[in-house]
Design a protein around this ligand. Structure first.
Ligand SMILES: Cc1ncc(COP(=O)(O)O)c(C=O)c1O
Length: 406
């Protein structure tokens, strides 16, 4: 089976496109052509009036603008997942009693497509994101989605929507898959109906004013997640729980909140929607282990793999806020940074904890954060070799009709 546009073969486009690239040598030594691009599932692709030059606002913000199309896929307990479709971006019609709106049975994920120097797109470690949404779904008692179909939906969607990629440095298409419970039922139990959808948002550089450090408020009174809870899942409740304290932190001039463990309020968990690392003596990088309460970050995992190859010692080790504070003050900790898809690497310039402030690297971006950012983004954007096999090349499509004509 293959994806169809008005009954024509969409998969043929990808095969042909891969062949053209292979013949012309456009896929260079850095590229790893993906076998997953060979479509196997019947994704129905509805034609929309082609938007050949979308107007992309100059001030993009993060996740505020969305492309013309979206993917949808519905589940019922009787029939399983049905009717995977890419069609126009549209409002959702939900029963006001839809279970996701009441007991929060809902998960999401976030990944990005990057423009390669040859004009095609790179997805980064997409297998990890796809596996993670299913792990999140399992934790929330929801049915898994087919990983190949989900990957194919992402590839097809970004291929069709590539014109929405902002034509500025460090731009990307942010991809947001969601699975939500749609059965109208107020009883607290697993829903019998779900909607799986994927939307795409053009985003600019996370640091529009340069790669500048953030200030971080260390939360003592509010916690994010507890071991055995839902901290390892990307489920909206975790993020809702962070909003009040994040707003309070913002009022104190801090852009992010650093979460301590929920039991002892001593161990460092993560920072906002990022994992965190501390640099000792410019050479050694320490990050808290995956305790059961923090998200298995794809960026964290990539830095764990990449940093030793760049000559850094990398350790997963529990760290208390008291030790970290001491080591900042005695100069052993030279830098700190967050790790996540949105920012990739976010240098931390200051920590604020119980009315005290500690400055890192004189409040400036440090060399380790910069190096890791440069190395990782070079792989993501296809500017450097990818010895890890992390990137999937997605050829861009002209429009649905021309896909079918090829
Ligand atoms: C709570 C939390 N921690 C860490 C991360 C970083 O994960 P990743 O690197 O996969 O974006 C995210 C972002 O998804 C997050 O929401």
């Amino acid at each position: 089976m293959s994806s169809c546009v008005d009954g024509l073969d969409f998969n043929g486009y990808f095969n042909r496109r891969n062949q053209i690239h292979a013949e012309s040598g456009i896929i260079n030594a850095f590229a790893r052509p993906s076998s997953k691009i060979m479509a196997k599932h019947a994704i129905r692709i509805e034609s929309i009036a082609p938007n050949l030059s979308p107007s992309i606002p100059a001030q993009l913000g993060f996740g505020r603008h969305f492309t013309d199309r979206m993917f949808t896929h519905r589940y019922t307990a009787e029939n399983g997942w049905q009717d995977p479709t890419i069609g126009p971006y549209h409002d959702l019609i939900l029963d006001p009693a839809a279970a996701a709106l009441h007991c929060g049975q809902m998960v999401f994920d976030g990944t990005k497509a990057y423009r390669r120097p040859d004009g095609d797109l790179n997805l980064f470690r997409i297998d990890r994101n796809v596996a993670r949404i299913n792990r999140s779904a399992e934790r929330m008692g929801m049915p898994a989605v087919d990983e190949e179909l989900h990957t194919e939906a992402i590839e097809t969607l970004v291929s069709l929507e590539h014109r929405w990629m902002p034509n500025i440095e460090s731009a990307s298409l942010y991809i947001r898959p969601v699975i939500m419970a749609t059965e109208p039922v107020l009883e607290v139990r697993a829903s019998h109906e779900y909607l799986h959808y994927i939307i795409v948002s053009p985003v600019g550089p996370y640091f529009p004013d340069g790669f500048n450090p953030i200030s971080v408020f260390v939360s003592h009174d509010h916690v994010r997640a507890v071991r055995g809870g839902t901290g390892e899942a990307k489920t909206p409740g975790n993020y809702a729980a962070s909003i009040a304290i994040s707003e309070a932190a913002r009022n104190k001039g801090c852009q992010q909140v650093l979460w301590l463990d929920a039991v002892e309020r001593r161990y460092i968990d993560e920072v906002g929607a990022m994992n965190i690392a501390f640099v000792y003596g410019d050479k050694e990088i320490r990050t808290p282990p995956l305790s059961g309460a923090i998200l298995h970050g794809v960026t964290r995992d990539s830095i764990l793999r990449l940093a030793p190859d760049l000559g850094f010692e990398m350790h997963e080790t529990p760290m208390t806020i008291a030790e970290v504070w001491r080591d900042i003050e005695n100069g052993q900790i030279t830098e700190a940074f967050g790790m996540g898809t949105a920012a990739v690497v976010a240098p931390v310039g200051a920590l604020v904890y119980q009315e005290r402030e500690a400055t890192l690297n004189g409040g400036q971006t440090g060399p380790v954060a910069r190096r890791l950012y440069d190395e990782l983004t070079s792989i993501q954007y296809g500017r450097a070799a990818d010895p890890y096999g992390w990137t999937t090349v997605v050829p861009v499509a002209v429009d649905e009709q021309s896909l079918a004509m090829r």
